[in-house]
Design a protein around this ligand. Sequence first.
Ligand code: SF4
Ligand code: SF4
Ligand code: FES
Length: 258
Amino acid sequence: MGKRTFSIWRGNGQDGNFETYETEVSEGMVVLDVLHQLQAEQAPDLAVRWNCKAGKCGSCSVEINGKPRLACMTRMNSFEPEERVTVQPLKAFPVIRDLVCDVSWNYEQNRRIAPFKPKPRGKDGKLRMYQEDVDRGQEFRKCIECFLCQDVCHVLRDRGRKDKFVGPRFMIRVAGLEMNPLDDEDRVPELRYEYGSGMCNITRCCTEVCPEHIGITDNGIIPMKERVVDRYFDPLAMLGRKLLGIRVRKEPRSTRGE
Ligand code: SF4
Ligand code: SF4
Ligand code: FES
């Protein structure tokens, strides 16, 4: 494929610049191969995080020509022959060095979500669920925690509202739990008041960048928004619950000191 030109971010979040590198690219190479080749030939101190080189560990997330992507799954033949390829760290998270970000904020969001709480077993001592419920949750379990969706979400990226919204990755984690018929936890008040379901305006940018092709917005976030509407804003649902004597929690547990 010949010699190609790259602009790669060198530095940390406060200080740094794009440096230009040229290197020989051969058939079948992906962007992560190029970064490794540059480490071997010209920049031994270039920091890049990776593990599997197979699109499964979610470690090599970077922005390539301005788009959040996995470096190990971005083929060099997807660019025009004369195109300069720019590689920079994820914009939504603090840069540690070069292409490596501190994504620990995401793990903090994960810890805020109430875990699976099994329902009491049936009279025969078994827990049962339908195959369609198994299949529905399966989609969300494909997540590799690459955080590309978190990076592209304008609520976190441009508006910087990490204080108000857990982001698409954790909305689908909540969705996977809430849609599990064997789960006995209720996370709807937290969805509204703590996880920030109302901050998402369904632009679907997260769905577009997901390397696992998870229907983040349509299959995960929208059903969660509907549960919030059903609990707080739908007069028919509220009347139905009143007639049937069904009581639901409306305040998040944190306001009750739980
Ligand atoms: S659909 Fe919602 S969560 Fe996804 S990028 Fe847009 S605002 Fe963010
Ligand atoms: S939902 Fe998709 S884009 Fe988001 S972290 Fe999981 S695999 Fe990555
Ligand atoms: S190195 Fe594992 S997803 Fe790229």
